[in-house]
Design a protein around this ligand. Structure first.
Ligand code: PMP
Length: 445
């Protein structure tokens, strides 16, 4: 494959964009390919190379790069008619009504412009409503580029995970291991009356895809209720991806107080949202006293795209298709691993998947899923599911990024370059794409 154009563009970018990119994950080594355009489940780079795309914009593109006609028509109509006003529009109300009708926890919603903005606002809301400062987060979870959650360590040695965040922020954040019931109870016994909220992705999707073990999410629900804290599910990735229109909370049957959304809810345009019980969401200004505001919030183009996206999914076989192909991929990769790399693990569910270059727990493949995972056999894990962020921390990240990811790219398959970030199947993917991808896995592994 030739990459001369991408290489030249990257050279130009390096002089005017920090690291040559606008989001750090895009700076793949030795230099990223620059995308010229998308085509269904594929992207075509500046040198004309074509890749089967499983990055899918890091999650928003449920339909791949060809949105259904009603989505395209609505986007064009709203872009041409405005595109935005600084005054409310009907499409914001329609989109809010649709989400409230389908997602169990949502009665009322506030739209913002990114997942980060949603989680920042959710944390502020929880603190404002409870009058408490502390936030419990999951080790290995990710909630965007925000001060209160870019914190790592344990309950007793929490510290910022990046330069630029005062350590005093970490005084209010308590990271605990995901799926560890004992740890969450201990933290609540010690700090319960000061904890505003527990914030968790229902499935850790930024740490190699870690599923909740049976009962864990319910434990979070119970313990927060007992201590008067709020439960926030960060469904920026899982929202309208896992569990269809009911999201992961519907799939697992646990209803949080507050849900944060992003990605799919904006149909490929910048978006975020904070939903929940009316009595909570109403505490945002102007009806309440927790300040929240944004020039672009509820942007008509993003609202129209998101609304048509979800409506189309409600009326067509979208989730059946992406979930079936997701399972086909996971099972296929799992078979290849069994043969060629038994020390690695396939993770994921619905239309999410990843191969982590490590293996945890039982390696007895006949002991399928007897260790408490809520997934069934179809996840392809065969009982070796990682249970905490730490379980995948030993993964061969360098081998994944420097060798495997490159090899897959050279074979025309675009995966997320970070060992821990999920990959996504879209409605545009076909059985042939999956078969071609499995051939590439076979070769690369
Ligand atoms: N929460 C989760 C679970 C995410 O995965 C992400 C981004 N991948 C965010 C929040 C932040 O979203 P954004 O990048 O839109 O700010």
């Amino acid at each position: 494959m030739r990459h001369d154009e991408s290489r030249a563009l990257y050279d130009r970018a390096l002089s005017v964009l920090a690291g040559g990119v606008n989001s750090s994950v895009r700076a793949t080594k030795p230099y990223p390919f620059f995308v010229e355009r998308g085509d269904g489940a594929h992207v075509i780079d500046a040198d004309g190379n074509r890749y089967i795309d499983y990055v899918m914009g890091y999650g928003p593109l449920l339909y791949g790069h060809d949105a259904p006609d009603p989505v395209q028509a609505a986007v064009q109509k709203h872009a041409a008619a405005g595109p935005m006003y600084g005054a409310p529009t009907e499409i914001e109300v329609e989109h809010a009504e649709f989400v409230a009708r389908h997602v169990p926890s949502v009665e009322m919603i506030r739209f913002v412009n990114s997942g980060t903005e949603a989680t920042v606002s959710a944390v502020r809301l929880a603190r404002g409503v409870t009058g408490r400062d502390k936030i419990v987060i999951m080790q290995g979870g990710y909630h965007g580029a925000q001060e209160s959650t870019l914190v790592e360590g344990g309950p007793d040695d929490a510290h910022p995970s990046t330069a630029g965040i005062p350590s005093s922020f970490a005084d209010h954040t308590i990271p605990v291991p995901f799926n560890d019931t004992e740890a969450i109870h201990e933290v609540f016994e010690e700090y319960g009356d000061d904890i505003a909220a527990v914030m968790a992705e229902p499935i850790l999707a930024n740490m190699g895809i870690v599923h909740p073990v049976e009962g864990y999410l319910q434990t979070l629900r119970d313990v927060t209720e007992e201590y008067g804290s709020l439960l926030i599910f960060d469904e920026v990735i899982t929202g309208f991806r896992v569990g269809g229109l009911q999201c992961a909370q519907g799939k697992f049957g646990v209803t949080p107080d507050i849900t944060t959304f992003g990605k799919i809810i904006g149909g490929g345009f910048p978006v975020g949202a904070i939903g929940g019980k009316a009595e909570l969401i109403e505490q945002f200004t102007p009806s309440g006293n927790v300040f929240q505001s944004g020039t672009f919030s509820g942007h008509p183009v993003a609202m129209a795209a998101g609304h048509e996206y979800l409506k189309y999914a409600a009326e067509n076989d979208v989730y059946d298709h992406v979930d079936r192909l997701g399972e086909k991929l996971r099972t296929g990769i799992s078979d290849i691993l069994e043969d060629q790399a038994p020390e690695y693990t396939v993770v994921g569910s619905d239309s999410m998947f990843k191969t982590v270059f490590t293996r945890h727990g039982t390696s007895d493949r006949s002991d399928a899923c007897k260790n408490g995972c809520v997934q069934d056999e179809s996840c392809g894990n065969f009982g070796a599911c990682p249970k905490t962020g730490a379980d995948v921390a030993s993964a061969e990240t360098d081998r994944w990024e420097r060798v495997f990811w490159q090899e897959m790219k050279d074979q025309g398959v675009f995966l997320t370059a970070n060992q821990f970030e999920s990959q996504f199947v879209s409605y545009a993917h076909t059985d042939e794409d999956i078969e071609e991808t499995l051939e590439a896995y076979k070769e690369a592994l």
